[in-house]
Write a protein that binds this ligand. Sequence first.
Ligand code: NAP
Ligand code: MG
Length: 403
Amino acid sequence: MQKIHVKTPLVEMDGDEMTRIIWQMIKDELLTPYLDMQTLYFDLGIKHRDDTDDQVTFDAAKATAEYGVAVKCATITPNQDRVVEYNLKKAWPSPNGTIRGILDGTVFRAPIILHNIHPMVRTWKKPIIIGRHAYGDVYRNLEYKVPGPGKAELVFTPADGGEPARLTIHEFKGPGVIQGIHNTEKSIRSFARACIQFAINQKLPLWFSTKDTISKTYHAFFRDIFQEEVNAHKAEMDAAGIEYFYTLIDDAVARVIRHEGGFLWACMNYDGDVMSDMLATGFGSLALMTSVLVNPDGIMEFEAAHGTVQRHYYAHLRGEKTSTNSTASIFAWTGGLARRGELDGTPDVVDFAKKLEAAVIETIEGGEMTKDLTLLCDPPADHYLTTEGFIHAVRAKLDAKLA
Ligand code: NAP
Ligand code: MG
């Protein structure tokens, strides 16, 4: 068979533990035999991040900005235990946080839907994707415990020496608590643009929700900036058939539960944090959740939403058989390949990515799956596959499709 040529190199970020093992298996079994593909390889495994004083993470982010599409394996975000375990110089920051900061991106989490894995919510038939604004609000707050009677004020001092603005928050008669939060127009605009980019790319309706009935300035500012960006991209959105729908967060939550899915839900930071956990559980499994970082200019980085599956890795090191689900990691590659193919104008690459996704879905729907899914599937599964066994089963399906 003639290998399919991938024109522009994908930026590849390798990772840690069980997902690093899976990453290599995916390349060996499902990609290299079929694709004539170069990658720009960055080893984000914890040892190499430590050896390079985390420079490799910055280099990978810069390459992503330059080439436009990256795929990333799950990585350890070290805590004190990991510093001891891997004898690290220090607890390096989360690579995802570093990359998100450099690319000014928004993370979208999308579930993979299968006929035999039923969402907890009966009405959900298609993915509901959340775009979470990951800057500011309560995540960058300043809090103060009020000890007793006194006046709490909001003061803004203009940098140009103008008159400060001064507002009374509350005249305390006794002890209490106050909090200062902020956001920036630039960050909200980037968020709105990333959501619009993703909606256009995925051909999905775009929803946005805030609590602007109560927060008539703060939340309303989000609503207004979002609307301005939607207006500015109206022609592109119309061409892609994308509708924009704004509603109050309460109404959005009620609609989400009754809706069959198939839309992008843009959420403010706190709403996105809470609602993405609700959706991940509601759809079934973290191993079926993909994640993509999208920047306002359409640069994309694809990965699995789960971590390095540490417990399985230790079992693997002890020589035990594992049954780790590679679905979301495979979809990180297919997402990246499809995007690369779109940008390069190489439909055969897009087609390969779609066939590989279909091969994974048909494998699981045909009753061949890893242990985690046997607990969720209906009709029930009577056996499960090893980590390698599942990838082999996918390869067999893929071969049949490409024949
Ligand atoms: P995790 O790796 O997502 O795993 C949590 C548990 O979920 C696993 O122990 C396993 O349950 C189940 N699971 C997750 N993915 C699975 C898969 N593909 N197949 C089968 N089961 C799966 O989260 P964690 O244990 O909290 O974190 C481990 C490391 O990952 C940490 O060092 C953390 O920093 C890192 N992390 C990285 C990312 C990222 O790079 N995006 C995200 C999250 C966490 P059972 O053990 O019960 O089978
Ligand atoms: Mg959360």
